[in-house]
Design a protein around this ligand. Structure first.
Ligand SMILES: *[C@@H]1O[C@H](CO)[C@@H](O)[C@H](O)[C@H]1NC(C)=O
Ligand SMILES: *[C@@H]1O[C@H](CO)[C@@H](O)[C@H](O)[C@H]1NC(C)=O
Length: 222
C-alpha cells in the first residue's frame, strides 16, 4: 500500500508534467524552480530583482558598490565585501569587485594566525643565542634555532642568523672564550706577558745591583 500523501504527490507530479511538458521539479543548468516555473539564474556580479513569471523572465540587477556575487545565483541581495580592519593588523591585498570579495592580508611585520587569516599577529624575533633559519612570511612565523657551538647571536632579531666566532689571527689569541650569545675576544696576550716581564726583571736587577753596591760599600769600609 502506498501511503496517501505520497500517492497524491505522485499524481500531482504526473498532472504537472502533463500540463507543463517535462518541467516537473527539474530545471536546466543556470535555472532555478520558482512557483512551478524554471527561472533563469542571475550571472555573477548581479542579483535577482524579480523572479520570473509565466510571462516574464527573471529581472536581474547589478550589485551595488561594496557588494559582490561570485556565482550564478537566485539571491535577492549581493554580499558585502569583507572589511580589512587596519587596527587589527590587516591590509587590503586585493580590492573586491562586483564578482569577487575583497582579499585581506596581514600588514608588514605580522602574519596570519590561521589558514583563513582571521587574525594577524606580530612576527616573533629570535632571541639571544638563537639565529633566524626561516624569515617570517605573510602566513608563517619566524623559525629560530639555537646557535651551535662556534656560533653566537647577541641580538633579538627577525632576520639575523647565528654568526661564526671570530678566529684570532697572527699574534692575536683568544683572551675570552665565545658563548652562544657573545663573540670570541682576541688579544695580544704574548706581548702583554712580555710587557709585564720587563718591569719585574728590572726590579730584580735593580735589587741585585743595590745589594751589590751595599755589599761592596761594606767591604770598602771594612
Ligand atoms: C646558551 O648557552 C648557555 C650556557 O651554555 C645554555 O644554558 C643555554 O641554553 C644556551 N642557549 C641556547 C639558546 O642554546
Ligand atoms: C654583537 O656583536 C657584534 C660583533 O662582535 C658587535 O659588533 C655588536 O656591537 C654586538 N651587538 C650587541 C647588541 O651587543
Amino acid at each position: 500500500m502506498v501511503p496517501l500523501p505520497r500517492l497524491c504527490a505522485l499524481w500531482g507530479c504526473l498532472l504537472l508534467t502533463a500540463v507543463h511538458l517535462g518541467q516537473c521539479l527539474t530545471c536546466s543548468d543556470k535555472q532555478y524552480l520558482y512557483n512551478g516555473q524554471c527561472c533563469d539564474l542571475c550571472q555573477p556580479g548581479k542579483r535577482v530583482n524579480s523572479h520570473c513569471t509565466a510571462l516574464e523572465k527573471t529581472q536581474c540587477a547589478p550589485c551595488g558598490s561594496g557588494e559582490f556575487s561570485a556565482h550564478w545565483n537566485m539571491e535577492i541581495r549581493c554580499h558585502q565585501h569583507r572589511h580589512c580592519e587596519l587596527n587589527q593588523g590587516f591590509r587590503v591585498k586585493k580590492e573586491g569587485t562586483a564578482e569577487s570579495d575583497t582579499v585581506c592580508a596581514c600588514k608588514e611585520g605580522q602574519h596570519c594566525t590561521s589558514k583563513d587569516c582571521e587574525a594577524c599577529t606580530p612576527h616573533t624575533p629570535c632571541g639571544l643565542g638563537f639565529g633566524v633559519v626561516g624569515m617570517a612570511t605573510e602566513t608563517t612565523d619566524t623559525i629560530c634555532h639555537p646557535c651551535p657551538v662556534g656560533f653566537f647571536s647577541n641580538q633579538s632579531s627577525l632576520f639575523e642568523k647565528c654568526h661564526p666566532w671570530t678566529s684570532c689571527k697572527d699574534e692575536m689569541e683568544v683572551v675570552q672564550e665565545g658563548t652562544n650569545q657573545t663573540d670570541v675576544v682576541c688579544g695580544f696576550r704574548p706581548r702583554m706577558r712580555a710587557l709585564l716581564v720587563i718591569p719585574i726583571l728590572m726590579v730584580i736587577l735593580i735589587t741585585i745591583f743595590t745589594v751589590f753596591l751595599y755589599i761592596s760599600g761594606q767591604e770598602t769600609k771594612g
